[in-house]
Design a protein around this ligand. Sequence first.
Ligand code: PLP
Length: 394
Amino acid sequence: MNKEMLNLGSNRSIIRELFEFSKQRKAEIGEDNVYDFSLGNPSVKPNPELNKALIKIINDGNDTYTHGYTSAPGDNNTRKKIVDDLNNRFNTSYDINNIYMTCGAAASLCIALRALVESKNDEVLALAPYFTEYKVFAEGAGATFKVVKPDMESFGINFSELEKEINKNTKAIIVNSPNNPSGVVYSEESLKKLAELLRNKEVLYNHPIYIICDEPYREIVFDGIKIAHIPNLYDDTIVCYSYSKSLSLPGERIGYVLVPNKAADSKNLFLACLGAGRAYGYVCAPSLMQHAIELCADKTSDMNEYKKNRDLIYNGLTEIGYECVKPEGAFYLFMKALEPDAYQFMEKAKKHNIIVVPSDNFGVKGYVRLAYCVSSKTIINSMKAFKDLFNEYK
Ligand code: PLP
C-alpha cells in the first residue's frame, strides 16, 4: 500500500492526542475541572436563521431538490446568493461561474492546490505560523512544501524571509488571515506590499504566482478591523472559503472555491478546479447545506461571544504575566511558553489540567496555541490554574 498514506493515517495529530487526553481526564476528575483549549470547534450557536432554513427546505422542497445531486460546481441559486453577498461587501463583480461549491475549506484548499500543481518541482509556500494541514494538502497535491518564517514580534509577514523563499519554482503562496493559530489579521498595508512583491516576482520569473487565500475566519474580526479582500489587491488570487466557523457548522462540510476572472488563465483554472474535484471524488457539495447557504449567505453566528472570550482570556493571562499576541480575529490566542521547549511547557500545563497545543506544530518554536472557542466559564475558571502554572516557573 501507499507508505505515505499509511504514515498519515497511523500518526495521530497532536491535537487529536490532546483531545483524547482531555476526554480521559474529564472522565476522571469531572468536565468542569479540565481547561481544554486544544480544539477549534466553534462554541457559538449557529444563527437561528440557519436552523429555520434547514427546516423550511426539508418541509417545502421535494426529495430530489433537498437531497439529490446538484450540478458539479454547485446549485445556481446558491452560487448567485453567494456572489451577490460578496459583490455587495467587496465592490466586486463576480458571477456564478466564479464559484465552485465544496465540502469546506479543507476540500477547497486540496482542490485549488491540485488544480495548480504539476510536479514536485512546484513549490507551495506557507507563512508561519500556519495551519498544520497545509503541508498534508500541498504534498498530497504533489508539491514541495516550504515554510516562511514570521516576524517574531508581530507574527505578521516577514518580507525578507519571504523574498528568500521565492524562486522560479514558486507556484503559490497560502495566505491565512485572520490567522490560525496566531489570531493575527494581516493589515491591508502588508497585503499590498505582498501583492507588489509577488507582481515583481511574476515579471522576473515570467509566470503567475498565485495567492491561495484561505479565509474560513473572514467574519471573525474584532475592534472594528476591516478585512481586505485580497483579489482586490492582487489579481492572481484563488479564495478558499468555508462556512464552518462563520455559521458554526464545521461538521456539515460546506464552502467554496472562488476563481476571479482577473486571475491568470482564470477560465482554465476554474476548469482545473472542477477536474481536481473529480479526481478527488467530490461529486458535489452537500445539497441540503447548499440550499441552506442560499437562504443564509449573508448571515453569521454571533461573533460578539468570541470577542467577549478574547477579552477575558487575553486580559486574564496578561494580568498574570504571560506574554500573548493580542488576537484581532479568529478564536485563537498565541501565548509565549514559559520555557524554550513548548512541548515541555505543554506537559507542565497538563499537570494543571490546562490543555494547549505547542507551536512547533504550526512552524514556530516557543509558543502555545489556545483555542478560546469554549464557554466563558471555562476561561474564568481556568485562571487559577494558569496562575499556579506561572508561579511554578518563578
Ligand atoms: N484552514 C484553516 C486555517 C483552519 O483553521 C481550518 C479548520 O480549522 C480549515 C482550513 C479547514 O476548515 P473546514 O472545516 O472548512 O474544512
